[in-house]
Design a protein around this ligand. Structure first.
Ligand SMILES: Cc1cc2nc3c(=O)[nH]c(=O)nc-3n(C[C@H](O)[C@H](O)[C@H](O)COP(=O)(O)OP(=O)(O)OC[C@H]3O[C@@H](n4cnc5c(N)ncnc54)[C@H](O)[C@@H]3O)c2cc1C
Length: 396
């Protein structure tokens, strides 16, 4: 086996499709019994749509999704405003063109995206091996031996696409620097809702206060709505249908909207973390295994799919005889993208030739490596000073 992919989320499945269509033998294992059932990351950005076009799934993605609906804010029963995504962004819509063939962000629940990618992988001859957990790994000059719940697997390369709590990352001992914001939580679930009028992101509040809202998003081609509400950590209701019914009543003052048939619910903690390195010899990390973000604006899934797309052709080329140094460009190109999503002006200190501490001015502090890439990120200046003390003298 040439490449072992651990994790059948959007990252692992994108990589699997890309390798399979290039004729590179790969196996995909996932410890879950099936694909993830929730709608969690539901917004695809233009570049991700281009990637999906190249992988041959754009028609399926467009058939199962829709442009973002309008946003409608209520104060109780009264509609306060209705605005399009472009009104909210303060930018006009783009016309499709050669540079941006799919300019509109596309709404599609993640469970559909994952399923479409898995179906494409199957068309290309692949199978996801569910119920197979990675439990250990060892590598030598010639390959990687993975220990799994169904026995060992030997591969030339292993790619950890196993999400934010990545076993691969932990087994490698690679650091995941950043912060978990403990004071706030976001509750996300898929539920059916009766009594809503029109296709919108319905934002309910008592008095037009958007900070105390419950949003119900119509999910395209599905009878479900995505329920989203943020709150202080000590205000989280029970993660049950009754819990979210109570929250909707409390925040909207309304009793005419009937929630039922809750099929998935989760509590999301805001984590902002970036891996120390993307590659350890023959083992690479991609997607949430390498970086986790705020759920706002769909950074997680989109950055993850684009990691896999950056890595796919490089891995295929190296397997086919290209110099191994090509793989070094994966981290060089993708780490700054993930770091950029944390608003870090990494380029400002690039090329200084020594470790540097940087106050980003946004309440975070960064350790920048001699090559200009981000080495660590923290809300604590003291933590960054600690890293600097270990890493060598600062450049400034
Ligand atoms: C509750 C929740 C809500 C979210 N909401 C949003 C949102 O609103 N917007 C947004 O942009 N992003 C959101 N995200 C993030 C988005 O879902 C992720 O960025 C995206 O799924 C990353 O894809 P991935 O393939 O890297 O990882 P994942 O989708 O997490 O897939 C990892 C896979 O690896 C498997 N795995 C893990 N460990 C092992 C192991 N040891 N052996 C074998 N398999 C293993 C898992 O079973 C899983 O299938 C949310 C995430 C969560 C958890």
């Amino acid at each position: 086996m040439t490449v072992l992919i651990v994790g059948a989320g959007p990252t692992g499945l994108t990589l699997a499709c890309d390798l399979a269509r290039r004729g590179v033998p790969c196996r995909v294992i996932d410890r879950a019994a099936e694909l993830f059932p929730g709608s969690r990351a539901k917004g695809l950005q233009p570049r991700t749509l281009e990637v999906f076009d190249d992988l041959g799934v754009i028609d399926a993605v467009r058939a199962a999704g829709a442009p973002f609906p309008g946003f409608r804010l209520y104060a109780g029963h009264e509609v306060v405003w209705e605005r399009s995504l472009y009104d909210l962004l303060g930018a006009p819509p783009l016309e499709p063109g050669p540079a941006t063939p799919y300019p509109d962000p596309w709404l599609i629940p993640q469970w559909r995206t994952d399923r479409i990618l898995a179906e494409r992988f199957a068309e290309l001859g692949g199978t996801v091996e569910f119920g197979t957990e990675l439990t250990g790994l060892a590598q030598d000059g010639a390959g990687v031996t993975a220990a799994t719940s169904r026995g060992p697997i030997r591969a030339d390369y292993l790619v950890g696409c196993d999400g934010g709590r990545s076993s691969v990352r932990k087994l490698l001992g690679v650091g995941f620097e950043g912060d978990t914001f403990e004071t706030e939580r976001t509750l996300i679930g898929d539920v059916r809702a009766d009594g809503l009028d029109g296709v919108f992101c319905h934002m309910f509040s008592q008095a037009g206060d958007v900070t105390k809202r419950v949003s119900l998003w119509n999910l395209p081609d599905s009878p479900y709505h995505q329920f989203v509400a943020s709150m202080a950590a000590d205000e989280v209701p029970e993660l049950t249908l009754d819990g979210i019914r109570g929250l909707l009543r409390e925040r909207s003052g309304r009793t005419d909207i009937r929630l039922h048939d809750l099929r998935w619910i989760s509590l999301y903690r805001l984590n902002v973390r970036l891996v120390q390195r993307y590659r350890t010899d023959r083992v690479l990390l991609a997607g949430d295994a390498a970086h986790v973000h705020s759920s706002a604006s769909g950074q997680g899934l989109n950055t993850s799919v684009q990691d896999a797309y950056n890595l796919g052709w490089k891995l295929a080329s190296v397997v086919g005889g290209a110099p191994d140094t090509l793989l070094a460009t994966y981290e060089a190109e993708r780490l700054p993208v993930a770091a950029g999503e944390f608003d870090l002006p990494v380029h400002r200190v690039a090329g200084r030739g020594a470790y540097a501490g940087l106050d980003t001015g946004a309440g975070t502090f960064a350790l920048v490596r001699p090559d200009g890439h981000l080495g660590a990120l923290s809300t604590s200046a003291a933590a960054i000073r600690g890293y600097l003390a270990q890493a060598g003298p600062p450049a400034r």
